[in-house]
Design a protein around this ligand. Structure first.
Ligand SMILES: C[S@@+](CC[C@H](N)C(=O)[O-])C[C@H]1O[C@@H](n2cnc3c(N)ncnc32)[C@H](O)[C@@H]1O
Length: 223
């Protein structure tokens, strides 16, 4: 099975031999790929809605992987116990929803589990939340898929987190990517923040902090 570039980037961030909670599994493609490629030992594919879970169940059964992929209908991590998994993957949702899912299961952020996350939006909210809990981003990917740029990363607890001024937007792991990979993403961030700046300026708000952030992002994109 060929994964989309976005999901392939997520799969590459999963530690080899992991037991994975694939939250919001939808069709189940990520779990199926992780098992078929030998990257994961086992997966729990979970979704909050019966429709996507039925589709995952049909795909898992057709692939003959019911023994390695368990399917659960649940909100976030509600149907998973900490000892069942070593890695939590959440892809294709907003960063604010991911934060809610992690907050509702405090065991998930106590440090025993790798977090592989691919936020579709509000990545800044998620990055700040993880830093505040003492997670650092160990590896990050930027990927273009059907005309959109996505970030995906693996965060692990080290008790420190990232307290750099730009930690809401970029990780050291992202900045260590080749310039041709990271700069289009930095340009995308700068465009988004510049739109926000224009809106705030029009309202007469104090934009000093935002201007400084945009300038700092420009500086890290320079050769
Ligand atoms: C856009 S799909 C992403 C599917 C897949 N993870 C991917 O990245 O291609 C989002 C999926 O997350 C599920 N979902 C949304 N909120 C959820 C929650 N709180 N707990 C579990 N699943 C959720 C939706 O039902 C949907 O199937």
């Amino acid at each position: 099975m060929k994964l989309s570039p976005r999901l392939a980037a997520v799969a590459e961030l999963v530690p080899c031999g992991a037991r994975v909670a694939d939250i919001g599994c939808d069709h189940g493609y990520l779990s199926l790929h992780l098992i078929a490629s030998g990257r994961a030992e086992g997966c729990i594919a979970s979704d909050i809605r019966e429709g996507p879970l039925s589709s995952a169940r049909a795909n898992v059964t057709a692939a003959g992987q019911s023994g390695r992929i368990s399917l659960r209908l649940a909100d976030g991590l509600a149907a998973i116990s900490p000892e069942e998994v070593t890695c939590i993957c959440i892809a294709g949702m907003g960063g604010d929803t991911m934060r809610e899912i992690l907050t509702a299961a405090p065991w998930a952020t106590r440090g025993g589990h790798a977090l592989v996350l691919q936020p579709q939006s509000h990545a800044d909210t998620l990055r700040c939340y993880l830093s505040g809990l003492g997670f650092s981003i160990r590896e990050e990917r930027i990927v273009e898929d059907r005309g959109h740029l996505y970030c995906a990363f693996r965060a692990e607890w080290d008790g420190k987190g990232d307290s750099s001024p730009l930690c809401a937007y970029v990780s050291p792991a992202l900045l260590s990517l080749p310039r041709e990979v990271r700069n289009p993403y930095l340009a995308h961030l700068i465009r988004g923040l510049s739109r926000r700046l224009a809106g705030l300026s029009a309202q007469g708000a104090d934009t000093t902090a935002l201007e400084n952030t945009i300038q700092a992002l420009r500086e890290v994109s320079e050769p």
